[in-house]
Each structure stands twice: as C-alpha cells, then as structure tokens.
Design a protein around this ligand. Sequence first.
Ligand code: NAG
Ligand code: NAG
Ligand code: NAG
Ligand code: NAG
Ligand code: NAG
Ligand code: NAG
Length: 354
Amino acid sequence: MWIFHGADSSTRLWPTWTRWCVCYAAAALCVLCSPVRTHDACPASCACARDSGTVTCRDGGDSEVPGDVPDWTTTLILVGRNISTLQRGAFMSNGTELDMTTLSLSYNGIRAIEPYAFLGLPRLHLLDLSHNQLESISARAFHGLPELRSLYLNDSLLPSAAAQLSNALSAQSLRNLHRLELAGNRLKSIPLVTLDSYNLHALVLVNNSIESIGWENVTNLYQLKRIRVYLSSNPFRCNCGLGAFYYWLKNSSQCPDAGRLLCSEPEAKRGVPVEKLRGEDVDCMTENLEAVSYVFLGLVLALIGVVFLMVLYLNRGGIKRWLNNIREACRDHMEVYHYRYEQDSDPRLANVAV
Ligand SMILES: *[C@@H]1O[C@H](CO)[C@@H](O)[C@H](O)[C@H]1NC(C)=O
Ligand SMILES: *[C@@H]1O[C@H](CO)[C@@H](O)[C@H](O)[C@H]1NC(C)=O
Ligand SMILES: *[C@@H]1O[C@H](CO)[C@@H](O)[C@H](O)[C@H]1NC(C)=O
Ligand SMILES: *[C@@H]1O[C@H](CO)[C@@H](O)[C@H](O)[C@H]1NC(C)=O
Ligand SMILES: *[C@@H]1O[C@H](CO)[C@@H](O)[C@H](O)[C@H]1NC(C)=O
Ligand SMILES: *[C@@H]1O[C@H](CO)[C@@H](O)[C@H](O)[C@H]1NC(C)=O
C-alpha cells in the first residue's frame, strides 16, 4: 500500500521508467513476503500425506468444507464434520478445478445437496456419501461429474431424499457410472428410471425394503447382460406375482447373492430362500386355476341344487299325492296299533290270561 502512495507522490519528480521499476520491485517484494498462500499448505485440522496425495480431515467441529485444499490432492476424506449442506461448487478452490479422483464424505451429517455441489471436480472417480442424513438431493446435484465411476450412498437417504433420487441419478450426468451402492435406505424399488442409458456393472440394493421386482424391470435387466444386482436382506413377498423375478434369479445369474434372498411374506413361507420356491408357488396361472376350479365346483353344486329344486317343483302334484299316501298309510297303521293297544290295555292281565 505505502509503496503505491510513494510512487504516486513522486510522479512529478521521477521519469516514467523509474516509476515502472519501483512498481515491479514492489510487486516482487509483495509476492516474496506475503503470508504464503501457495495452495500447498495442509488445511487446519487436516492430516496431509503428499506421497499418496491424501488429505484427511476428521472431527473438525467445523461445519465447512475446507476451502484451501492443496493442488496436489487426489483423495480428500472428510469424516465426522457437521457439514449439513453441500453448496454449489463446495469443492471449487478459488474457482479453479481440482484433479481430485476420490472424495469421501461419509459420516458428516449432510442433509442437503444443492445443484452443482461437485462442480470443479472433472476427474472425480469415486464419491462416497454414505452414512449421512440426506433430506434433499437436487436433480442437478451430480452434474459436472463426467468421470464418476463409483457412487456410494449407503445408509444415507431419508424418505424425502429417496423420492428425489431417481431424478438426481439421471443418466445424462452419470453416464460413466459403473458401481452404485444404495444399501440400507428403505428403498421399495430400483430408483432408476431406466438402466440401459448407464454403463452400470454393479447395483447394490442390499438391506432395503424391496418386496418384488416387476416384470418390466426384469425385462430391462435381462437386456443388460453385464449388470450385477445385489439384493440380499430385502423382505421379498413370495406369492404369485414374484414369477418373472423368480425366473430371472434362476435363469440369468445376474444376482450374485441370489442364494441369500429370503421370503418375508406370506407367513407360511417366512425365511424360505426365494430360490428354493417351486415354480407353482410363484405362478399366477396355478393360483388362478385353483381359484377358478373352486368357483367352478361351486357353480356345479349350485346347478345341481337348482335342478333338484326344479324337479321337486315340477313334480309337486305327484309329491303331494305321494305325501298323502304316506300320511294315509301312517294313519292306517296308527289306527291298527291304537286298536290293538286298546284291546290289550292291560298287558299283565293278558299275560296272566295266557
Ligand atoms: C450441526 O450444525 C447445525 C447448524 O449448522 C447445528 O444446528 C447442529 O447443532 C450441529 N450439530 C452438531 C452435532 O454439532
Ligand atoms: C484465490 O482467491 C483470493 C481472493 O479470494 C485471491 O487473492 C487469490 O489470488 C486467489 N488465488 C488463486 C490461485 O486463484
Ligand atoms: C457401503 O459403502 C462402503 C463405502 O463407504 C462400502 O465399502 C461398502 O461395501 C458399501 N456396501 C455395503 C453393503 O455396506
Ligand atoms: C440396514 O439398514 C438400516 C437402515 O435402513 C440400518 O439401520 C441397519 O444398520 C442396516 N443393517 C445392516 C446389517 O447394515
Ligand atoms: C421399473 O418399472 C417401473 C414400472 O413398474 C418403471 O416406472 C421404472 O422406470 C422401471 N425401472 C427400471 C430401472 O427399469
Ligand atoms: C427361464 O425363464 C423362463 C420364463 O421366463 C422359464 O420358462 C424357463 O423355464 C427358465 N429357464 C430356466 C432354466 O429356469
């Protein structure tokens, strides 16, 4: 500051070239003496390992992403910080891009991811957002990550964020994604609109709330031979309707943990491995046939009943006569009996007499 003042006050006295000299000297002095901001220093409350390019920042109590990450960082690990919101360009240091390839943000209490939060990380390969409490994820949260291959979101999504996930995971922004891990998020279905526009090799959906996978999705999966879907620890509903999924499990070998999928409903099949079900357990045709056959039996019985009633009705004259005859016969019989009874009204006497 003072140097420029000096230069100003001497404007009239010194020739132009001298003034320039003074300016350059001052600038050089400034650069040399300025409190080093060379993008090389380790940020406060972080540990830096320059050999491996790793910066690890733990439990800073900081609610901020460190803004002064060294240029050489290839792996940034933040753990146990209270970040709460990832803002646009949260990892842009001074508006410049970083060559980072791995970013781990698990256990940071992140609740919201704003649009373009990961701007400035064009070479990012792996992003771990596991074990946060995400309430909202912008549809443009993952824009600007053309190289992203692995995205981990285990135990991280609250229901509101889970509902926004399929928008955020649009293929347009994540076309190189190979591995997507979504364990422990109470998901009820595959949170992707399509699968064929990604380059997915592994989709991990273990420990969620998936009861079944419909035939549309199964058809989609069959077409993507390279994809592997992990599905253990989901509450499968093993009734008719699981059919397409059941045959996909048996047929496709696209589910590496198929042997560990268990039924949770109906009660009678709880704990039974899905693979051990019989074809007829999951076949709606059999179930329907059974229902149909019961209905049919009912109808036949009803028909027989109706025919019987009709026969009765048509023969009502004959039946009346017949009933009369019976009644007459009975009365005759009774009369005879009555007469006899009156005759030997004292059987003892009769016996004595005999
Ligand atoms: C995290 O930060 C928020 C505000 O940003 C605050 O309300 C909350 O108490 C903090 N939690 C912890 C565990 O520090
Ligand atoms: C970083 O930004 C500060 C001001 O915010 C600026 O003084 C400095 O020159 C910038 N450094 C780089 C390397 O862009
Ligand atoms: C969850 O994410 C971690 C990375 O933080 C990963 O190592 C792990 O295999 C993932 N999957 C499960 C099922 O926990
Ligand atoms: C399964 O997910 C729930 C959250 O949905 C989590 O609390 C639990 O720890 C997970 N279980 C395992 C074995 O990871
Ligand atoms: C799964 O099927 C539903 C319709 O049942 C559809 O909306 C969704 O896009 C499908 N997802 C995939 C990944 O095929
Ligand atoms: C494969 O699935 C079809 C139904 O889509 C089924 O008819 C066929 O029997 C299955 N093949 C095997 C080997 O399970």
